[in-house]
Design a protein around this ligand. Structure first.
Ligand SMILES: Cc1ncc(COP(=O)(O)O)c(C=O)c1O
Length: 394
């Protein structure tokens, strides 16, 4: 079995990486040399079988129009069966070049201007743009922080769902940025409220392969037959295998009528997987599992490093324990900074590029999100910089 070396430092500056782009770091985080730990991709090389499959594809030398091949679809079907014991059919899968495009199409097809979409802040910030820029309204059901763990507010959710203008709910599962992996009971309660009030659940499960034991991801559509018929499940190998730049995602819709409606839209735009997207998904799902298992161990050790460092050096900063994802949600509320002050500390003093909590919406103001999918040496350096920046803060 190959042993992957996640400690390897790989220069990304000067590639097409937005995360490491000096101009972007200067313009958005105040310093071109700040350590980039913001956008959700990883500083690790992908699994060797993916590199080999893509190299072989490149050598072929012809890159004409592609199609959703059986191999492409079967790789996803088998993956969901093996990882989550979830039985899906090839026909249920629609291709989009990413989940953000899919969410835009979904809002367009399954709601009308002026309708409302439920989200649960703090949450993945592009949700706000997708809803607002399509002329829909946000119906926010803020998560509740209870003893260091975020929970859903079902009473408020029910109220929002009862509004006749509420048509959709974006369920982030697992939840970015707070790292929750929703339990069966939680999913049941959400699903029941949505079924009862005729709200279609759009379950964004892009982070669902990155789960830390003993937590287990449950695909929303697997919970019950009713939920299966009232949901669209957005999946992708992109977070799992570090393929975001290849633009591949699988939108799984068991309900034939809903699937037809979205497919109609996608056919209008005529999108198929690009040559490299297709090859990468097949190699990742069929041959990437060993790499993923090793990655998860490495990421879990990074979580342990953050925890130990905070305990020892920064006891006033609390990490919300991530049950999944490679994103940690750090609570700086003990310092009583405004979000502008907190941003200054990170950008001007620590010189690290994190996502400010406030951009995730209500409840994020005194938090920062750190992407810890990087070699441990980088993570350690970043934590040191935060500690030094906060020394002497009252
Ligand atoms: C919850 C969530 N959804 C969607 C995306 C982006 O998906 P894509 O790159 O496939 O558009 C991300 C990326 O960080 C994410 O965290």
């Amino acid at each position: 079995m190959p042993r992957y070396n996640f400690d390897e430092m790989i220069e990304r500056t000067g590639t097409d990486s937005i995360k490491w782009l000096k101009k972007h770091l200067k313009d958005n985080f105040g310093d071109k040399d700040s350590i980039p730990m913001w956008i959700a991709d990883m500083d690790f090389k992908v699994a060797q079988p993916i590199i080999e499959a893509m190299t072989q594809r490149a050598q072929h030398g012809i890159f004409g129009y592609g199609h959703k091949s059986d191999d492409f679809l079967e790789a996803a079907v088998n993956w969901h069966k093996r990882r989550n014991d979830w039985d899906i059919k090839k026909e249920w899968i629609l291709f989009t070049p990413g989940i953000i495009p899919a969410l835009n199409f979904i809002v367009d097809v399954f709601s009308n201007p002026g309708d409302k979409v439920i989200i649960q802040s703090p949450v993945y910030y592009p949700f706000y743009n997708i809803i607002n820029n399509n002329g829909r309204h946000i119906a926010n059901n803020p998560l509740v922080l209870n003893n260091g763990r975020y929970e859903m507010n079902y009473a408020e959710l029910e109220k929002l769902a009862q509004d006749s203008r509420t048509k959709l709910m974006f369920l982030c599962s697992p939840h970015n940025p707070v790292g929750r992996v929703w339990t069966m009971e939680e999913l049941q309660r959400v699903g029941e409220i949505c079924v009862k009030n005729d709200v279609l659940v759009i379950s964004d499960e892009i982070h669902s392969d990155l789960i830390y034991k003993p937590n287990r991801h449950i695909p929303f559509a697997k919970v019950s037959e009713e939920f299966k018929m009232n949901s669209i499940i957005c999946t992708s190998p992109s977070k799992t295998f570090n393929l975001a730049g290849l633009h591949v995602s699988d939108i799984i819709i068991p309900n034939e009528k809903l699937r037809e409606e979205l497919d109609h839209k996608l056919r209008t735009i005529d999108i198929d997987p690009g040559s490299f997207a297709a090859v990468a998904q097949i190699a990742a799902y069929n041959q990437g599992e060993e790499w993923l298992e090793q990655l998860i161990v490495y990421l879990q050790d990074n979580v342990a490093l953050i925890e130990a460092f905070l305990n020892e050096r920064l006891p006033r900063v609390k990490m919300i324990n991530p049950e999944g994802t490679y994103l940690a949600w750090l609570d700086f509320s003990d310092y009583n900074f405004t979000s502008a002050e907190l941003q200054q500390v990170m950008q001007k003093q620590a010189k690290i590029a994190l996502d400010d909590g406030y951009i995730f919406g209500d409840g994020g103001e005194q938090f920062q999100r750190i992407n810890f999918a990087c070699p441990r040496a980088i993570l350690h350096k970043a934590l040191e910089r935060i500690a030094i920046a906060l020394e002497g803060a009252s």
